[in-house]
Design a protein around this ligand. Structure first.
Ligand SMILES: Nc1ncnc2c1ncn2[C@@H]1O[C@H](COP(=O)(O)OP(=O)(O)OP(=O)(O)O)[C@@H](O)[C@H]1O
Length: 279
């Protein structure tokens, strides 16, 4: 039995003439302990896919199964790091993380909770800002709080919806390593949604492209046969890395061009002259 399975999943927003079929026939199977990355074009339905897995949305048809059971609601077992960090503005950094930790560990003592909060705030290098409110932080700092908050809840599965997009290269690299540490040390399962092929290759065991929408569906998977832990600097000279990267980029460019050809169809408009306007 797969750990997470999506079977013939379709998702349509709206009804009748207003209906938009965003996701079409999504089939995905992730084993326990795997790290899978989905790379997709902007607007293709990546967040919709995350919300279906997280339980915030239900499929129009098809099934989403987590450990064999249909996903009906959100759960602490599946921790999501969202693209828009959604922090509570009236709470400090520490309080935002504390609230999540208290919910995930209702039986923990006050001092255990406080230690966990401090450890995870420290992990994202925000200890000096622990008493600041979100409005006093930069976008990247807020995103780091969201990473700390999700990971501090110790989810079995870490789901990431373009979590590091707003960060500079150095912070991004450090957080990629922290996420990989937690994933491997605590034997988690991870799903990363990204538009950065290099990030996918560095972090994942498999990369699966999400084709552009509407009616986005998953493309063929690319296995990343590169030993772990991966060395970012050495990766550039690794022939497997180069070959895999080229194959993925070529695939994405081909489907991007296919899409452009459809979008660039010429439409002949009727030759109408405006009627004179009478005030
Ligand atoms: N609640 C909704 N009602 C109607 N349409 C929606 C809704 N949510 C998303 N959509 C549409 O579904 C499509 C996919 O949106 P989604 O946010 O899943 O894409 P995405 O790949 O995450 O986008 P981005 O790369 O911009 O973050 C878009 O065309 C969007 O307008």
């Amino acid at each position: 039995m797969a750990y997470l399975e999506l079977k013939n999943v379709y998702k349509t927003y709206g009804q009748g003439a207003d209906a938009t079929e965003v996701l079409t026939d999504i089939n995905l199977s992730i084993e326990e302990g795997e790290f899978v990355a989905i790379v997709g074009f902007t607007g293709s339905g990546k967040t919709t896919l995350v919300n279906l897995i997280n339980g915030l949305l239900q499929p129009t048809s098809g099934e989403v199964l987590f450990k064999g059971e249909p996903v009906k609601d959100t759960s602490h077992d599946r921790g999501v790091i969202f693209q828009n960090y959604s922090l509570l503005p009236w709470l400090t950094v520490g309080q935002n993380v504390h609230m999540a930790v208290r919910e995930a560990f209702p039986k923990a003592s006050k001092s255990e909770l406080q230690k966990r909060v401090r450890d995870f705030v420290d992990m994202v290098s925000l200890s000096p800002a622990i008493n600041k409110r979100p409005k006093e932080l930069s976008g990247g700092m807020r995103q780091r709080v969201a990473v700390a908050r999700a990971l501090a809840m110790n989810p079995e599965m870490i789901i990431m919806d373009e979590p590091l997009g707003a960060l500079d290269a150095l912070t991004r690299g450090n957080l990629q390593d922290e996420i990989l540490n937690i994933w491997s040390k605590d034997k988690r399962t991870a799903l990363l949604i990204t538009n950065d092929v290099d990030e996918g290759i560095y972090m994942a065991d498999r990369i699966i492209p999400l084709r552009p929408g509407p009616n986005a569906t998953l493309g063929p998977e690319f296995k990343i046969d590169i030993e772990r832990p991966r060395d970012k600097t050495a990766l550039n000279d690794n022939p497997v890395y180069k070959k895999t990267r080229n194959a993925i980029i070529e695939y994405l460019m081909d489907i991007g061009n296919e899409r452009k050809a459809v979008v660039q169809q010429e439409y002949v408009l009727p030759d109408l002259s405006p009627k004179s306007f009478v005030a």
